[in-house]
Write a protein that binds this ligand. Structure first.
Ligand code: PMV
Length: 347
């Protein structure tokens, strides 16, 4: 009998949205209320490395080791990813009898983040993207990154965007079964090679309200949210795609900052309100404004996800200005972690 261990590895980087996904129209399938757009960071910086293996010699159930610890994979989202990938492999095996029946073997997944999971940085995007890509590689699936993004989306919405490097849109789609809610490449990283991201770890505390429950509360109770999805996001998506196409940093930056502000405003508009940013986050906003005022043009853009940590986008030619301005703050201010600030290049 074939007792060989089949194995494949991959890495997937973190992505940071510049037009935010916030709101689900279908919580089971992770279908969003709006399209979103992100920048994928470099593989060398914040990423998940995942190895998937399977063998007829493996006993027990599927398993996942995350940063050396056994991790619960019984959740519906993780199970959906395993199920979809197995079904695709099983279809290949049904069509070609010479293929080993990998779809019937237990899976063992080993995953490592090269950044602290406890630091409050979104790790689910890179995690689910790497999980899906590693198993797809193991199963030798012919599916394109956009097709795989349909599966990663079911693990964590934002994960669908980490299947691509560079500038990536997640189109919300219209269909009820989610078959058109997938990611596509707006531009590769090479289109705008000077783009950089500075990650400021403001607080190592875990986020107070999970993205799933924060979204649910926002959709249910915020009036401002209706305006955001009807008008603000569609306008921001168009402006952002245009800014990227033309490598127009001031436009990229303004839309990034406005969209982050809009997203956090809808959170503050829920009842009871949700606050992800703290006083140190707000100081980062003021610091970016001061940098831009001093430069006499827009050279830096802040954005915040569902937590207090700040990501600052800038271009390499402005590195001295931007990093120089943050250096004294990083060195002195309480709440800032100089050691965790990384200069990330986009993939
Ligand atoms: O993919 P989730 O469920 O972790 O949600 C991510 C939500 C934001 O990070 C706030 C925005 C985004 O588009 O990534």
């Amino acid at each position: 009998a074939d007792t060989k261990v089949y194995r494949a590895s991959t890495t997937a980087p973190v992505n940071i949205a510049v037009v935010k996904y916030w709101g689900k129209r279908d919580a089971k399938l992770n279908l969003p209320t709006n399209s979103s757009l992100s920048v994928t960071l470099s593989q060398n910086d914040l990423r998940t490395l995942t190895t998937a293996s399977c063998s007829s010699s493996y006993t027990g159930d599927d398993s996942l080791l995350l940063n050396g610890e056994p991790s619960d994979i019984s959740g519906a989202r993780t199970q959906a990813c395993f199920r979809e990938l197995r079904a695709r492999r099983a279809a290949l095996e049904a069509a070609d009898d010479s293929l080993p029946k990998l779809s019937t073997f237990p899976l063992r997944i080993v995953s490592e983040n090269n950044f602290p999971t406890a630091a409050g940085l979104a790790s689910s995007a890179a995690g689910f993207a790497a999980l899906v890509q590693a198993i797809a590689n193991l199963y030798e699936l012919p599916d394109s990154p956009s097709e795989l993004s349909l599966i990663a989306r079911q693990g964590s919405g934002s994960a669908c965007r980490s299947l691509f490097g560079g500038y990536v849109a997640w189109r919300m789609g219209e269909k009820e079964d989610g078959s058109d809610s997938m990611a596509d490449l707006v531009a590769p990283a090479s289109h705008w090679p000077s783009m950089r991201a500075l990650i400021l770890v403001v607080s190592a505390a875990k986020k107070g309200v999970s993205s799933t429950s924060g979204m649910q509360q926002t959709v249910a109770t915020s009036g401002l949210f209706k305006e955001r999805i009807a008008n603000v996001v569609p306008a921001n998506m168009a402006l952002m795609e245009d800014a990227i196409k033309n490598r127009n940093f001031p436009q990229f930056a303004e839309v990034t900052m406005r969209d982050s502000n809009s997203f956090h405003a809808t959170c503050a508009d829920t009842y009871p309100p949700i606050f992800y940013m703290n006083d140190v986050s707000k100081a980062a906003i003021r610091a970016v404004e001061a940098i831009n005022a001093q430069a006499g043009k827009t050279v830096a853009a802040y954005t915040f996800d569902a937590g207090p940590n700040c990501v600052v986008y800038y271009q390499e030619e402005d590195a001295a200005t931007v990093l120089g301005a943050f250096a004294p703050i990083l060195a002195t201010a309480e709440g800032w972690k100089a050691a965790s600030a990384a200069n990330n290049t986009v993939k």
